[in-house]
Design a protein around this ligand. Structure first.
Ligand code: ACO
Length: 332
C-alpha cells in the first residue's frame, strides 16, 4: 500500500469535516464527489449551489453527500463577520471590512468557519496562490498552543527502501519560511518529526542539514544550524535529532559514523531539515525529479487546525489526497 493509500485508509476510520472553499472550480467539484463517495471525509463546498450543480453536471459527477454553503447568502455570515471583526480589530479591521471579506472571499469565510469549530480543516489553492491560502489561516486560525511558527514539510516516498523508514522520509521546510531564524528552524524540526509520526507512523530520526558536519566548517550559516540544533534538543529532549550534518553524513552509515561517531541519527536520518527555503525547495524537487520520488505535500504544520495548500496545476487525485492528509491531521 502506498503512503497516500495508507493515509486515505486512516482518514476513513474517523471522517473529519473538510472545507473546499474553491467550490465552483471543476477539479474541486469532482474531488468533492469522490471524497464523499469514498467516505474519506465529510466535505463542504463553498459557492453558489446552482453554479456548483452546473459544474457537476458538466463533469458528470453526483454530489450526493456533499454539503454546500454560499458565503454571499449563508445565515452564518453575520456571526462569522462579527468573529472576524473581533479577531482582527486590533489590527485595524473595521466591521464593514470583516463583512465584505466573509461574504465575498471564500478563503476568509472558510478560515473563520474552521476557527468557529464548524469545520475541522480546509484545503484550497487550485486557483489561489500559496500566500492567498495561508494568509487567512495565519491571521485567523493562528498557531497551535505552544507553537510560534507555521511551516511545512513533504512526505518523500523514495524509489528505494534503502534510505529513510522503508523508503519514506520527511523533508522540511520546503514551502513556507524563506529564511528561518535558529528558533524557527528548531520549530520546523520538531513539527516535521511530529507530522511524520502522525501521518506515516515514522519513528523520527532528525538531521539538521548544513554544508558542515560537527564544526568541520565555520560560518554564520553553520552557526545558525548549530544554534537550532541546541534549541531543538532543549525543547524536545526525547527527540532523536543530530546536527549540524552534511547530507551524506545524515544518510550514509559509513560516512555518518566517520563524521559523527556514536550518533543514532547520522547514517539513519528519516527527517531532513533544510537550513532555508531555497535549499528545501530545491532539495525536494531534485529528489522528486532526479530520483523519481513521490513528493506528497506541502503539508502545513503548526496551525491550530489544519489548512493545506494545493498546487495550481493539481489534479483531481491530488485534491483527494490533500483532503485525506488534512483529515488525518485534524484527527490528531
Ligand atoms: N508562522 C506563524 N505566523 C506567521 C507566519 C509563520 N510562518 N508567517 C506570517 N505569520 C503571521 C504574521 O505574524 C501575521 O500575523 P498578524 O497579522 O496577526 O500580525 C500574519 O501571519 C500575516 O503576516 P504577513 O507577514 O503579512 O504574511 P505574508 O503576507 O508575508 O505571508 C506567507 C506569509 C504567505 C507564509 C509568506 O511567508 C510566503 O509567501 N512564504 C513563501 C511561500 C512560497 O512562495 N512558497 C514556495 C512555493 S510552494 C512550493 O513550491 C511547493
Amino acid at each position: 500500500m502506498s503512503v497516500i493509500e495508507k493515509i486515505k485508509a486512516k482518514a476513513k476510520q474517523r471522517p473529519m469535516h473538510i472545507l473546499l472553499p474553491e467550490g465552483t472550480e471543476p477539479r474541486t467539484v469532482q474531488a468533492a464527489a469522490r471524497i464523499a463517495a469514498e467516505g474519506i471525509a465529510r466535505v463542504t463546498l463553498l459557492g453558489d449551489a446552482g453554479e456548483i450543480a452546473k459544474v457537476a453536471q458538466e463533469k458528470g459527477v453526483e454530489l450526493g453527500g456533499v454539503e454546500i454553503q454560499n458565503p454571499a447568502t449563508s445565515e452564518k455570515s453575520p456571526a462569522y463577520a462579527q468573529l472576524l471583526f473581533e479577531l482582527r480589530k486590533a489590527k485595524g479591521m473595521t466591521e464593514d471590512q470583516a463583512r465584505e471579506l466573509v461574504t465575498t472571499n471564500p478563503l476568509y469565510y472558510g478560515a473563520v468557519m474552521v476557527k468557529a469549530g464548524d469545520a475541522d480543516g480546509m484545503v484550497a489553492g487550485a486557483i489561489h496562490s500559496t500566500g492567498d491560502v495561508l494568509r487567512p489561516a495565519l491571521q485567523i486560525i493562528k498557531t497551535a498552543p505552544g507553537i510560534k511558527v507555521v511551516s511545512s514539510c513533504f512526505i518523500m516516498e523514495l524509489a528505494t527502501a534503502r534510505y529513510g523508514q522503508e523508503g519514506v522520509m520527511i523533508f522540511g521546510d520546503c514551502a513556507v519560511i524563506p529564511n528561518p531564524t535558529a528558533e524557527e528552524l528548531a520549530a520546523i524540526a520538531i513539527a516535521s518529526a511530529q507530522t511524520g509520526k502522525s501521518l506515516v507512523d515514522l519513528d523520527p530520526k532528525v538531521a539538521m542539514l548544513s554544508f558542515s558536519t560537527k564544526g568541520s566548517a565555520k560560518d554564520a550559516l553553520v552557526t545558525k544550524v548549530q544554534e537550532a540544533t541546541a534549541l531543538a534538543h532543549a525543547q524536545a529532549p526525547e527527540l532523536e535529532l543530530d546536527g549540524e550534518l552534511q547530507a551524506d553524513a545524515a544518510l550514509v552509515e559509513s560516512v555518518g559514523q566517520l563524521k559523527s561517531p556514536g550518533s543514532t541519527v547520522a547514517g539513519h536520518a528519516n527527517v531532513l531539515i533544510f537550513p532555508d527555503l531555497q535549499a528545501g525547495n530545491i532539495g525536494y524537487k531534485l529528489v522528486q525529479r532526479l530520483a523519481g520520488a513521490q513528493a506528497v505535500g506541502p503539508i502545513i504544520q503548526g496551525l491550530a487546525k489544519p489548512v493545506n495548500d494545493l498546487s495550481r496545476g493539481c489534479s483531481v487525485e491530488d485534491i483527494v489526497s490533500v483532503v485525506a492528509i488534512t483529515a488525518v491531521k485534524a484527527q490528531a
